[in-house]
Ligand binder design. Structure first.
Ligand code: ZN
Length: 490
């Protein structure tokens, strides 16, 4: 595919802009990853899938994308006012484990779910705790430039002073005077000059476990700092795309911009992209409302709001059916509808491979292809792309039924359209998670035939061995009248 004009809605400028990489064909992309103190949930899935599609699209078009997605393993406190316990340290205390054991458990859990959702691995996945030296250096730069102050071993960013020469709020649209008005109460954060100031370094209390020496105290970095240091380390001081969920827009991303400007006089990124949130039956997802659904619960159907287990590819398709900037309301029935829709799409792809071409076409496939390219290039409009793919399925079914005809060239284009857009860019395919692979089915039939034959010959050693090995592989066999069948439980 030649490179089309891509437009991106830039949160920073609040308008759609033509995507022009700073240093083509290279593209630097940084996306805020998870704080690893719990199992990944639907919110994690949406952010990861949205930026996976962007990564896939740009790579497919020939860009050399360096995609950095971090793991937050230190410094994320329980509230945005830099108070409360570190989320990971708290979980470690409750579970009586080392903080790094918590980090390992939930990083593994995150990776497992992301693999099941067919999300490509980022190019680099740095951890905050592995970049303490870089964070100390950046704090020093901000102090040297006069935009931070030290109090009793902690260092805070001076938002009011920064705003005198810069625009704090330019990303989120917040106005500093209003923020000061609304958060005048400094209870519990008396060290700060102003309530809007945020921590760059916090002195650790004696009982605090994750702490490092620094010029100011033994302590730990503020949460916003890691993304500023890791993005500039791997992508440079000014790179192409910075992404994340809309919940990170303020204060996290606003503070990232302030830190970069204060340290080196640069905005960190040219394009800021934010995906919207997921609601559950119209409500915000929260533990207190009992509607907090982890991906594990979705894939196994073990949550009380679910009537069945859902395949990861169904969850992926469900998320891509909505535009990334719109809210997406999740429900059991919406997922069931997505399951049917995906099945129809994937069946269409399989059927298209079997079509027989005629001398001429009755549908305009090149026009359909152009519509697919236009949709994905227009601020990654996946719902419009999917509706065009369903039109391709409709044509496929009509040709198969003999109601329409397709030329050899158009048939080739139809199949490559499915391969490019459905499999490659949207990352939707059957073989990822489901049984019934082209090779597996005949092989399993052969094994079951041998087992049947050995039983008929009273060679129970062989038939028992086959059953035991299959059972170890989580494959259950069932003998039926016409032969044997099998199921696989992952
Ligand atoms: Zn971040």
């Amino acid at each position: 595919m030649s490179i089309p004009d891509i437009t991106i809605y830039n949160t920073l400028t609040r308008k759609k802009e033509l995507f022009e990489p700073l240093n083509p064909p290279h593209v630097g992309m940084y996306v805020c990853g998870p704080t690893v103190y719990g199992d990944p949930h639907l919110g994690h899935a949406r952010a990861a899938i949205v930026f996976d599609v962007l990564f896939r699209l740009l790579t497919h078009l020939g860009y050399k994308v360096r995609y950095v997605r971090n793991i937050t393993d230190v410094g994320h406190l329980e509230n945005d006012a830099d108070e409360g316990e570190d989320k990971i340290a708290k979980k470690a205390r409750l579970e009586q484990l080392e903080p790094m054991e918590i980090v390992q458990i939930y990083t593994d859990s995150y990776h497992k779910s992301m693999d099941m959702l067919n999300i490509r691995h980022p190019s680099i996945e740095p951890r905050a705790s592995g970049h303490i030296i870089e964070q100390i250096k950046m704090i020093q730069d901000i102090l040297d430039n006069g935009f931070a102050y030290e109090v009793s071993g902690s260092v805070y960013f001076d938002v009011v002073k920064y705003n005198a020469s810069n625009n704090y709020g330019k990303l989120s649209g917040r106005v500093l005077d209003e923020l000061l008005e609304n958060t005048r109460d400094l209870t519990g954060q008396e060290e700060k000059n102003n309530s809007v100031d945020f921590a760059l370094w916090k002195k650790a209390q004696p009982e605090h476990i994750m702490k490092w020496p620094s010029p100011w105290s033994t302590g730990f970095p503020g949460w916003h700092l890691e993304c500023s240091t890791m993005s500039s380390k791997y992508l440079g001081d000014y790179f192409d795309i910075h992404g994340g969920g809309m919940d990170l827009l303020f204060p996290h991303h606003e503070c990232e911009i302030a830190q970069s400007q204060a340290a080196n006089g640069n905005d960190p990124a040219k394009y800021w992209i934010h995906n919207n949130m997921i609601t559950i039956d119209g409500q915000k997802m929260s533990k207190s409302l009992g509607n907090f659904i982890t991906l594990e619960e979705l894939f196994t159907g073990s949550h009380k709001l679910l009537t069945q287990a859902f395949d990861p590819s169904t969850v992926r398709f469900f998320i891509l059916q909505a535009h990334y900037r719109g809210t997406l309301d999740f429900s059991d029935s919406a997922l069931q509808a997505a399951e049917k829709g995906l099945k129809k799409l994937l069946n269409g792809i399989e059927l298209a491979k079997k079509l027989i071409a005629a001398d001429a076409s009755t549908s305009d496939i090149s026009k359909l292809k152009a519509a697919c390219i236009k949709a994905i290039s227009d601020d990654f409009n996946t719902p419009v792309l999917i509706s065009n793919l369903f039109e391709a399925v409709r044509i496929t079914n009509s040709v198969y039924a003999g109601e329409e005809k397709i030329s050899p060239d158009d048939l080739k284009m139809l199949n490559s359209l499915f391969a490019d857009f459905t499999t490659e860019i949207l990352g939707l395919s059957n073989d990822q998670n489901q049984q019934g692979d082209e090779l597996i089915d005949p092989l399993m039939n052969l094994i079951l035939d041998i087992r049947q034959a050995s039983r008929a010959n009273k060679d129970f050693a062989t038939s028992d061995k086959i059953r035991d090995v299959l059972s170890k592989l989580n494959i259950t066999t069932k003998d039926e009248d016409g032969g044997a069948s099998w199921t696989y439980e992952s």
